[in-house]
Design a protein around this ligand. Sequence first.
Ligand code: B12
Ligand code: SF4
Length: 491
Amino acid sequence: MKIAFVYIDPSYQHMGPFHVGIASLIAYLKQGGHECQFFHLLGDTPDEKYVEFLKKNRPDIAAFSLITNAFPHLAPLAALTKQHSDARVICGGAHPMLYPEEVIKIDGVDMVGIGEGEGVLLDLCDRMQSGGDISDIPNLWLKRGGDIVRNPLRPLIDDLDTLPFPDREVMPFADSFDLNFMKRGVFMASRGCPFNCAYCCSPAMKRMYGGEKYIRFRSVDNLIEEVERVTKDFPQIEYHVFHDDLLPMKKDWFAEFTKQYSRRIRKPFEMNCHPNLMDKDIAVMAKSAGCALIRFGIESGNEKIRRDILDRHMPNQRIRDAFRCCDEVDIKTLSYNMVGLPHETRKQILDTVKMNAAVKPRVVHVSIFYPYPGTGAFERCKQEGLLTDKFIDSYYEDSVLEQPCISTDQVRAMKDRFEPLVRTYSRCRDVPAPFDKLGEKLIDLGVLAATERCVLRLKHRLSRGKAPGERISGGTCYAVHDGEVKVWEKK
Ligand code: B12
Ligand code: SF4
């Protein structure tokens, strides 16, 4: 069978055309004897280019990988696929997994893959090839006559080492190196996360699988073998990125990983960690293996918002300690932050700004809260009537919430001013007491008054040609280059 993977990527910013999930599926299907093709569909890709791709490659199956922000692009693409090819259309990925009913309804979509995609796609290709019946494949939902057949979930892949390494040819991995300093290898060592943050899709997927063992790790040997191979195949690579939800989740595994990584790879790397998991041991192990950057979710600097809205349970001191552990061994840090959370006021956003000013991450990442269907946060926003039907391609641009405690323009203004404010509060903290506290109070007052002015300026900029929903500020990009974490503004 010829299967064409389409990566709908409207908010493409700086990461290039590599998608670990699709690369895993391609490797699995190739191993099963099927021919895979790939189309990277960006926000500005003209329809003609996609039609040309279909006509040239004549796939039997068009497989769309979708996150929520890409979903509104699906209907016209499914229609184009049907109009210009004989391909059956199947969708999978985070959004179809958590919202299959909505996806299967779309005209032109024949099937939806729920859960992990490897087994369902291989069974589908094999059965279509042999002319067999496809209606009872686990993880597959399909249209049959006027009905929808909803097959149950198959068990999760228990041993991730049984999977082939993600394919880096069909999806042109080397093309991602064209972008600035981003000469990096990209890997996943695990699937799943033990935490239950209300805004995240990971717990929603875990719930879908009930009591099954959701968190799985590849063996260190298996992972390091892939890293070695990629380092050798792509000598341009300067550093490696582990996209796992939390790479140091299991201390023993991480100890073994860092030991082998430092011996066999010797390149800087970056990873995600959770403040609750971070301690001196992890920091020392990470440093010994060449870790250049650790990314932490602060998300909100206000304990009440974290606990009551985000289901992230940790005191402020824990966050400060986690960053301090990294500072002590000279590992740079990145903080993820959200503004415009449900019921969040400008003052509470300032708590997040101040937390960043206190822990001084090398890279500050800020986005506007976006509730993903299937998550606890989405349900809450829906129940409380906070959700609008606005569609946004990227959560750097706009809020989909409407709430009395803060206007959308104020959220956008706070998002736009977040990083300069972190710098300002940070400078204030360097002033001796009691002037530091006094300075902070004055800035608080200034900021709350100034956001009104910012909102007016923002409106002025919008009226000069930036439509609502278009990106206002570029935000921050970073990469490890010459062993240092370099930061630059997105265009
Ligand atoms: C690495 C990562 C990134 C990387 C790389 C992107 C990528 N897709 O590889 C970067 C940093 C670029 C990124 C960016 C973004 N990401 Co991201 N990312 C992740 C992360 C941490 C891991 C993805 C991964 O590799 N998973 C492992 C693989 C094996 O799983 P998978 O991709 O889901 O694929 C499996 C199944 O979904 C299925 N499948 C996938 N495609 C298909 C297709 C078919 C036909 C079938 C049948 C099955 C199928 O089979 C695969 C193998 O089993 C996930 C969280 C997570 N733990 O999954 C978030 C996640 C996917 N990202 C998310 C978001 C929101 C974004 C951004 C929009 C953020 C932003 N505003 O910039 C962008 C969008 C970029 C884009 N267009 O894809 C959300 C998506 C939520 C949602 N409901 O849509 C997630 C789920 C995190 C979250 N908040 O909960 N991301
Ligand atoms: S720690 Fe990260 S990956 Fe885990 S549930 Fe929270 S946000 Fe999701």
